[in-house]
Design a protein around this ligand. Structure first.
Ligand code: ADP
Ligand code: MG
Length: 609
């Protein structure tokens, strides 16, 4: 390791400043970070009275010579960064040069440290920030720091400490996070002379078992995905093993434990309908990104980070988790070829997301080609069953049941295609019925089309290349002043969708062109209905974004209706397009699009089994 230097003021001032030491947990965290940065292979944490009287961390890392041992307790003294550029490219857990200074200011510290090439160790004693003793002693290579009587000189803060149990729990949790992130290091935890944990050096999987037990490990499924820009590796819980608390959720970024709502949300979102309200998945995710794309210097605790591309990461995490869930459930994505052949198709979702991320890093366009081979993904969510009278209780049970069903229903991953030709039939000008491998599939034509148009609308709203069908005779629409305000607000979005319109005066809109989906002769009516539905949606779902709301309203009002007769070609196109959407099973309002009746179900009904 490099020698310790005091950071110049202009760099020190760029570092997120603030209180680092709040409770024993903070000391445990800072000291373990230092041991890991020092290259330790063995780390022992010793607490007395939940850390209130003693917190000691012993490592076999690089140690310090006498000069550094004293310097280490100075404010902004660090061996880990020197320049502003280093701050942009942090690869160590520490970098602020504040921890030892802050700890020694509020406790009695005794440090013994020895480098491999010196005979004797250095002993440094500091109390309340005052250097008491520097001497030579004998000790093994590495560093042992004992922090005694935390907050002895700040009684108010000492009184602020919680019960022994609470402080112990916090400290232990901090310890566990490092244990998970660094399986190649052996960790030991001793509290009031009792060995609480000892994790031998191992790999990531075994470490999870060491920490949580084999049973827990069996409830997990793996996650593993890489792009040029980001990689994710780890485990998530099977939906049926979700918990009532968020206890076992760990996200590590470049092996640093972080708290990031957006990533957690992305994971929840991937589970979509698989979890009951109020139940949470467990996950242990190791994310790696080039440190230049992350800022860990946003908060003194270093728990919070900022990404260059928050949305990209959100989408990636969600797609990867979804992908793993679907792999676990072995549900391949079905697409139906114009020939009537059912094929397994690669997911648009994950590939898209990966493409976007790859574009971010610029290099290697041809990589994308490789990504195309990317395997199967499907929305595991709803393949709603026809009621069998056997109501399942919870969403997770339901999910399990759906998994089982679909696993048996759709060709296995090895069977690359199913060359069974499919005939479609429209019934009551409302539903489309088709035979699939193990039964019948019934599609609601309106919601199917709605899903297609919804996704298309979202895409056009996000791009800037509308398709417009110019009208032969422009149409004049009279609207209330309130509706005109909405049209004004949405004008850009409406134009992106393909509406070509101009607003005249307080209550007139002139329509020059419409999106091609809008039926001839119904232009005026449809625009008015879209505005109506937009208003309803925003009342019903106040959090809905303008785009999403408009896309929903547009899709609902321009989609084919129940009662519309379709030609066989139209049916074919509808089905093809449906299976190219990101979620062919649920309409934008959450209603099912496809219902499946298995042969067994039919057999049961006919008393065959
Ligand atoms: P930071 O970790 O941000 O650099 P600290 O105050 O935690 O700041 O530590 C100051 C310096 O002391 C570190 O940069 C490192 O050089 C040295 N140091 C601290 N703990 C250890 C340790 N366990 N082994 C070796 N060196 C250490
Ligand atoms: Mg440190």
């Amino acid at each position: 390791m490099a020698w310790i230097k005091i950071l110049p003021e202009e760099i020190a001032s760029k570092i997120a400043a603030g209180e680092v030491i709040q409770r024993p947990e903070s000391v445990v965290k800072e000291l373990i970070e230092n041991s890991i940065d020092a290259g330790a292979k063995n780390v022992t944490v010793i607490l007395k009275d939940a850390g209130k009287t003693l917190i000691q961390v012993i490592d076999d890392g690089c140690g310090m010579d006498e000069k550094d041992a004293v310097l280490a307790f100075e404010r902004h003294a660090t061996s880990k960064i020197q320049t502003y550029e280093d701050l942009e490219n942090i690869r160590t857990l520490g970098f602020r040069g504040e921890a030892l200074a802050s700890i020694s200011a509020v406790s009695q510290v005794e440090m013994k440290t020895k480098t491999p090439d010196s005979e004797l160790a250095t002993l440094v004693k500091i109390e309340g920030g005052k250097l008491i003793e520097v001497s030579k002693t004998s000790a093994p290579t590495g560093t042992s720091i004992a922090v005694k009587n935390l907050f002895f000189n700040t009684p108010a803060r000492r009184n602020f400490l919680r019960s022994k149990y609470t402080e112990f729990k916090h400290a232990y949790e901090a310890f566990i996070r490092f244990a998970l992130a660094y399986p190649e290091i052996s960790f030991e935890f001793i509290s009031d002379d009792e060995q609480i944990a000892k994790f031998e050096q191992t790999d990531f999987e075994t470490r999870i078992k060491q920490v949580f037990g084999e049973k827990f490990f069996e409830t997990l499924i793996p996650v593993d995905e890489k792009t040029e820009y980001i990689s994710i590796y780890g485990f998530i819980s099977k939906p049926e093993f979700s918990k009532k608390t968020k206890a076992d959720q760990f996200v590590f970024l470049n092996r640093r434990y972080i708290v990031n709502r957006s990533i957690n949300h992305a994971v929840y979102n991937a589970y979509e309908h698989l979890l009951d309200k109020g139940s949470f998945p467990s996950f242990i995710l190791m994310i790696s990104i080039d440190p230049r794309h992350v800022d860990v210097n946003v908060h003194p605790s270093k728990l919070e980070v900022k990404f260059d591309d928050e949305t990209g990461i959100y989408n990636f995490v969600r797609a990867v988790v979804k992908h793993s869930l679907s792999k676990f459930s072995l549900i391949p994505e079905l697409t139906i070829e114009p020939t009537g052949e059912v094929k397994l198709a690669p997911s648009t979702d994950l590939i898209e997301v990966k493409k976007q991320l790859i574009n971010l890093t610029e290099p290697i366009k041809e990589k994308i080609k490789k990504e195309q081979q990317f395997s199967l993904d499907i929305i595991t969510s709803s393949f709603p069953e026809v009621s069998t009278g056997l109501e399942t209780k919870s969403a997770s049970e339901k999910a399990e049941k759906i998994f089982k069903e679909i696993r048996s229903e759709i060709p296995t991953a090895e069977e690359k295609s199913l060359s069974e030709s499919i005939t479609f039939m429209q019934v009551h000008n409302k539903y489309i019925v088709a035979q699939i491998k193990t039964g019948l599939m019934i599609i609601d034509q309106h919601v199917a089309h709605e899903r297609i148009l919804y996704e298309r609308a979202l895409d056009s709203l996000n791009s800037n290349s509308p398709f417009t069908q110019q009208l032969l005779f422009p149409q004049t629409i009279e609207l209330t002043p309130a509706d005109i305000t909405i049209v004004k607000e949405l004008k850009n979005y409406l134009e992106n969708l393909g509406f070509d319109l101009r607003i005249f005066g307080k209550n007139t809109v002139i329509l020059y062109g419409v999106p091609p989906e809008v039926k001839q002769g119904a232009e005026k009516k449809i625009l008015q209905e879209i505005i109506e539905l937009y208003k309803e949606n925003s009342n019903a779902e106040p959090g809905l974004s303008e785009r999403e709301n408009l896309a929903k309203a547009f899709a609902c009002k321009t989609a084919i209706k129940a009662g519309d007769k379709l030609t066989p070609e139209e049916i074919q196109v509808l089905i093809d397009q449906l299976f190219l959407t990101r979620n062919p099973y649920v309409c934008p309002h959450g209603r099912p699009i496809i219902i499946k009746i298995s042969i067994e179900e039919l057999d049961k009904r006919f008393g065959r089994i």
